[in-house]
Design a protein around this ligand. Sequence first.
Ligand code: MTE
Length: 327
Amino acid sequence: MLIGKPPDIPSSEITSRAAYFRYLSRRRFLKSAAAAGAGALGAGRLAEIFDPATRALAGTKLETVKSPLTTTGETLTSYDDITHYNNFYEFGVDKSEPAKNAGALPARPWSVQVEGHVKRPKTFDIDALMKLRPLEDRVYRHRCVEAWSMVIPWVGYSLAEFIKECEPLSSAKYVQFLSYWDRRVEHWGAEQTSISWPYSEGLRMDEAMHPLALLTFGLYGETLPNQDGAPVRIVVPWKYGFKSAKSIVTVRFVDRQPHTTWNDQASNEYGFYSNVNPHVDHPRWSQKVERRIGLPFWEQRKQTLMFNGYTDQVAYLYQGMDLRKNF
Ligand code: MTE
C-alpha cells in the first residue's frame, strides 16, 4: 500500500532545519558541559543537565529503513513542538507539563506483557521487541480530538507484525493497551481522581492488524522521549490521538470491546472508534478545521480530512457503519 512517495533520505535529514539546529545546539551544550566538568558549572546549568526534562529528551539514534507506508509533502512539525506540546495526563494536564515531569518515567528496564485470548501469555523485553522487525521511518499526520494537529516522523513497525508474534486465538476480537501506571511516579495523574488508571485504549482486531497502525519506538530517527510515550506506544494515524496509548506495559487480547479511558469519561464526546471525522463535531467544538502546531498563524488553519487523509487505506474497515455518528 503506497500512500505517498517514500522519503529517500533518512529522517535525520528531513528534520526542519531550525528544529534540528536547536536540537543539535542543545546536545552540543550538554556535551561541552560534561567536558567542562561539573565544578566549572553554575548551579543553573547543573540543574539543566540533571533536570528530568533534559534526560527525557536524550534520544538514542535508531537504525531505520525506508517505508512505503508514509505520508509526505507537508512540513514536518519541529522536534521542539512534538516534545513540548503533549497530552500525557499521568504527568500533568497542561501541554507543557509532560516535558517537565516525564523524566520520572523508568523507561529502562521495560517489558510488555501479552495476555488474554492468546495461545500462551508472553513477556517481551523492550530491546528484543525493538529488534523483532526492521524499524521504519513513517511520516504520519497526528490529529488530536482537541482540534490541533502535527506531522510527525515516527519510527516503528506495523503493530500487525507484533500481533502475529503474540499468537492470538480466534476468540480475540479486540486488543486492549494499558499504559504504565504507578501513582508514586505519576502523582500528577493521581490528582485526576475521575480517571480510573491505568490509561486504557483499544482497537478492533482488524483495525489493529491494519498495516498503518504502528508499534512506535521513536521519532525523528531517535528513541521516543518519555513525554511522547517512551519506550513504546501505539500510533493509529486515522484516529484521534487519544486512541494512541503511550508507554505500554500490557497488551490484552479480549473477546469484547474493552473499556477505554476517554470513552469512560464521556462516551458522547469520545467514541470507542473515534476516527478523525470532519462531519461529526465534538459536542463543544467543531471538527471541520484544525490548527497545525508550529506554523505561522496565517498558515495554521487546515481543513480536517476524513480519516485524517487515510480514507483510501482504511474506509473498508467501516463499511456499513454510519459515518455521520460519533461512534
Ligand atoms: N497515553 C497515555 N498513557 N496518557 C495520555 O494522557 N493522551 C492521548 C494519547 N495517549 C495520553 C496517551 C492523547 S489525548 C493524545 S492527543 C496523544 O497521546 C498525544 O500524543 P503526543 O503528546 O505524543 O502528541
